[in-house]
Design a protein around this ligand. Structure first.
Ligand code: SAH
Length: 341
């Protein structure tokens, strides 16, 4: 059966038209789903019983169950959700002074194979649907009884490898009649699938694009991220420049610092050369060591030196605060989990 949360407002209007219903019904349903956050068609009391029955016959509501919830000493919460087909995904809630941010997964497993990431090494199962992405936000909001203010596509999966569903989910999240979270409060992080960066540039969505760069030459980047064999740094940065030209939006580059690998001042120098003059920001992430991983965290001293070098040479750089590492909820620590695991 189809999931009603897979549709953005326009598509839902079309769907309802197929069963002989007027477009305003779609708006009513959207209100129930995303404003009232009901969990059952029977709660949609301004719809006739006949229509509610029709909806029940044709659609599910995909309400996730929380299988497990862990809370970090810093307030970060990690959820393991039952996605109702025998699989489970992780979603993380982070509390910042400026609001609540949720880190959503876009796939069950990941194909990208980045060497430093815990989502690697586990089998890719499938893409999440738009409704399953949206449901992560709804389920967390429901659990905490508060609204989420920011969304980052930085959980399990490569969002641009599940392009259509992710874009559609962003439209539902962003729609004032949907979850009503401003596009500027949504970040999408990619390992660098170049053709999809161009597609995204032309979507006219004002979300923030983050690029997982992590290295300044092809040899090193390929050794960390196999996707670099398909799209070299030069091609990736050209796509970023074109993205900025088309959208007028600042790009955020993520650079995970690994000891004795990509964290010395020579790397910082190269990074300045690559990014000079671009409308961008660098987010430095102290790398989180994963089980059997070859990379370890840079020293604090090196991280600060690296940041200062960038800032002194005209590249705005900040160090990402580490949240949730005590519950394996920090960057790169999420894994796909089977219910049986
Ligand atoms: N597939 C997307 C989004 C998921 S990862 C991407 O690659 O961008 C979100 C961010 O966490 C990416 O920048 C990723 O490179 C980074 N990351 C992954 N593993 C990490 C680790 N062990 N330590 C620090 N950052 C990591």
């Amino acid at each position: 059966m189809k999931n009603i949360k897979d549709y953005d407002l326009q598509e839902l209007k079309k769907e309802l038209n197929l069963i002989g219903e007027k477009p305003f019904r779609a708006e009513q349903i959207f209100k129930w789903l995303y404003e009232a956050k009901v969990k059952d068609f029977d709660e949609m009391t301004n719809l006739s019983i006949e229509l509610r029955n029709k909806l029940k016959e044709n659609y599910t509501m995909c309400n996730f169950n929380i299988l497990k919830k862990q809370e970090s000493s810093d307030g970060t919460k990690k959820y393991l959700f039952d996605v109702l087909d025998g699989n489970a995904i992780e979603t993380v809630l982070m509390q910042y002074h400026h609001g609540k941010t949720i880190c959503v997964s876009s796939q069950i497993g990941c194909k990208m194979g980045c060497k430093f990431c815990a989502s690697t090494g586990i089998k890719f199962i499938r893409n999440l649907t738009s409704g399953e992405i949206v449901e992560q936000v709804l389920a967390v909001e429901q659990d905490i009884g508060e609204r989420i203010s920011n969304i980052v596509f930085m959980g399990i999966g490569e969002p641009l490898d599940n392009y259509d569903n992710v874009i559609n989910a962003i439209r539902i999240i962003n729609n004032p009649k949907g979850l009503n979270i401003g596009a500027r409060h949504i970040s999408l992080s990619t390992s660098g699938i170049v053709p999809k960066i161009y597609d995204l540039a032309n979507e006219n969505i004002q979300c923030t694009l983050s690029i997982s760069l992590h290295a300044t030459n092809n040899e090193k980047r390929s050794s960390m991220m196999p996707v670099n064999d398909a799209y070299h740094i030069e091609e990736l940065l050209q796509a970023c420049k074109d993205y900025i030209k088309i959208t007028n939006r600042r790009i955020s580059f993520e650079y995970a610092l690994a000891k004795d690998n990509n964290d010395n001042l020579d790397d910082a120098k190269q990074l300045v050369k690559l990014l000079k003059g671009m409308l961008c920001h660098v987010n430095l992430i102290p790398i989180n060591k994963i089980e059997n991983g070859e990379y370890t965290k840079s020293t604090n001293e090196n991280i600060i030196k690296f940041r200062d070098y960038l800032n002194e040479h005209g590249i705005v750089a900040t160090i990402r605060r580490e949240l949730g590492s005590d519950i394996d909820a920090a960057c790169g620590q999420l894994r796909r989990k089977n219910l049986k695991e």
